[in-house]
Design a protein around this ligand. Structure first.
Ligand SMILES: *Cc1c(COP(=O)(O)O)cnc(C)c1O
Length: 352
């Protein structure tokens, strides 16, 4: 006798390494190289006076954070959902919206958490191959299905799909929910957010982890029509009423209210990215024209694994997948100017 047969066995997602040593140039998990807004530090200091607040449960409706997001994006509160990073929002959305015997569709090369959630919840799915240039063909998603998920811009490719093409996918799937994961949209993509007014099957998911320098706080959010948001909220309250802690609610509200700092830092990241593209090109790398805070690049001179190991030996970590079609690619997050200069110097040495 054994309990084994009753266990839900899953193959977990493997997050990028968070090394314990600090002397590394860390370009492996697409974090922002700049600190959060000064308003976040102020909100954190204000928490000290409100320390008694922590003995109480946090606000289960997350009103303060939702109000701040509503104000920043000029969207009604009823159209917003928040969670513990967009991973939490996406996991709830898979649970809430993908309840069909038909397959949920997403690209073969995309955020590698999608198939993990699908497996966890026993959702059937089909991975649609990206075209050879790593772009999405919208008509591939016009087949009968149980839902659609796309990351736009896509990860790890950095490729952005034009708004009208995303709209075609949404428009041709009126009977299922289409999730558009916009984790990187603030670095040069175009958001489908306005389309939630026209398509009731659209859920747009974003995060504070990249463009708002708050990966450590775990804050994600979604936009959709009030009915869709209500369904999502019902699932959340059936799972855990208090996903968002009191500190995240305060600090998140402060972060999203600082538009000036947000614009300044994302423009710095974009500027550094464009410089890095020029340098990588000079060194013979090929890559898609990234609209994100990373570049997915490959050199014809050396296998990806060799470059990865050589960079690591020089205390620079990037991300690489041992996966068909992409095993020669390196996903390089955009750091500060100094960090990227170090990276280019190291690559010059390695490829010499
Ligand atoms: C980083 C990332 C997420 C998750 O971000 P959170 O830190 O959980 O908000 C979701 N989707 C994509 C495509 C990502 O790259």
């Amino acid at each position: 006798m054994s309990y084994e047969a009753n266990v839900r066995k899953v193959v977990p997602y493997v997050p990028g390494e968070q090394p314990k040593v600090t002397n590394l140039i860390k370009l492996n998990t697409n974090e922002n190289p700049y600190p959060p807004s000064p308003l976040v530090l102020k909100a954190l200091k204000d928490m000290e006076e409100k320390i008694e607040r922590l003995k109480l449960y946090p606000d289960p409706t997350c009103e303060k954070l939702i109000d701040a997001i509503a104000k920043a994006y000029k969207v009604d509160k009823e159209k917003i959902f928040v969670g513990v990073g967009s991973d939490d929002v996406l996991a709830m959305a898979f649970l809430a919206f993908f309840n069909s015997d038909k397959q949920v569709l997403f690209p073969d090369i995309t955020y590698s958490f999608y198939d993990v959630w699908a497996d966890l919840y026993r959702i059937p799915y089909k991975q649609i191959p990206l075209k050879s240039d790593f772009t999405i063909e919208p008509s591939d998603y016009f087949i009968d299905n149980g839902g659609v998920v796309i990351a736009n811009p896509n990860a790890p490719t950095g490729e952005a799909l034009a708004l009208d093409k995303v709209e075609e996918i949404i428009k041709n799937n009126p009977d299922v929910v289409v999730i558009v994961d916009e984790a990187y949209v603030d670095f040069g993509g175009v958001s489908v957010l306005p389309l939630i007014e026209r398509y009731e099957n659209l859920l747009v998911v974003q995060t504070f982890s990249k463009s708002r320098s708050m990966a450590g706080m775990r804050i994600g959010y979604a936009f959709g029509n009030p009915k869709l948001i209500k369904y999502l909220s019902d699932v959340k309250f059936s799972f855990n009423s208090y996903t968002m802690n009191a500190t995240s609610l305060e600090l998140g509200a402060a972060a999203v209210s600082d538009k000036e700092y947000f614009d300044k830092t994302r423009n710095m990241v974009i500027k550094t990215r464009e410089w890095t593209k020029g340098e990588l090109k000079r060194l013979g790398f090929t890559f898609a024209d990234s609209k994100t805070n990373f570049i997915f690049a490959k050199s014809d001179k050396l296998p990806g694994k060799v470059i990865f190991d050589e960079l690591r030996a020089r205390n620079i970590i990037v991300r690489r997948w041992d996966k068909e079609r992409i095993n020669d690619y390196l996903r390089i997050s955009i750091g500060t100017d100094e960090e990227m200069q170090e990276l280019i110097k190291a690559l010059e040495e390695i490829l010499k």
